[in-house]
Design a protein around this ligand. Sequence first.
Ligand SMILES: Nc1nc2c(c(=O)[nH]1)N[C@H]1C(S)=C(S)[C@@H](COP(=O)(O)O)O[C@H]1N2
Ligand SMILES: [Mo]
Length: 257
Amino acid sequence: MRWKKAIPGVDQALLVKDAAKLMPDPMRRQFLRGAASVGALAFLTGCDIIDGDTAESVLRKVSDFNDGAQAAIFSRTKLAPTYKESDITRPFPFNAYYSLAEAPMVDGASYKLEVAGLVDNKTPWTLDALHALPEVSQITRHVCVEGWSAIGSWQGARLSDFLRRIGADTRARYIWFKCAEGYTNTIDMASALHPQTQMSFKFDNKPLPRAYGFPMKIRIPTKLGYKNPKYVVAMEVTNTDKGGYWEDQGYNWFGGS
Ligand SMILES: Nc1nc2c(c(=O)[nH]1)N[C@H]1C(S)=C(S)[C@@H](COP(=O)(O)O)O[C@H]1N2
Ligand SMILES: [Mo]
């Protein structure tokens, strides 16, 4: 794992434990129960602690973490920080539970996004129809629990716009996503309706490369990387928590704000 090299000479597990001690409850309990890692610390402090910080400065950042910052992270309505074009990490990392050579190769021409559950209109969506949705753009930080983060640029439709168009029952609790290779993910409705939650079709203003989830990924800058499903082929609006690939293996369900 890349993060083992993050801070030379510092035991990452001890650092994470020390940082947790500085956190107020219930944040501490939530953190320790869930994705307690250097990556999650980076997410919580809003800093890229991987790029050359000392253990001391990481701990200082956690202890400086005031009520305002916490409200920003745990509120589902506040916006994630945005960045400049020149901040984009190049090359942007690929990550999955397999190598890039094994990543799904989805055929855009025959692709149809399946829509199921508590929605008025279950007609599957072609890529052309999806691309006709009003476009929004964001440059935000993607944080992986494995201990790296990177700034990327994504363009696509607001997921909330899409949900309105299909007549989704937005009082439902969850949205479940299914990906081409079998990865799955459940998110809460408030996060789905967050203004920065995006159905992304482009990375850096170009069609989403295969590495980053062609033809569509769900980009949620208020959540950790594993809550951002790539190669999405189906979604279901539901009141049943159907879990997800990493959540089922013990990662924190919320994975962010
Ligand atoms: N379909 C699918 N989506 C996925 C994953 C995956 O393995 N399969 N990995 C998740 C994790 S842990 C991360 S960090 C990001 C990586 O996205 P990237 O390759 O665009 O950096 O995708 C997330 N979404
Ligand atoms: Mo990740």
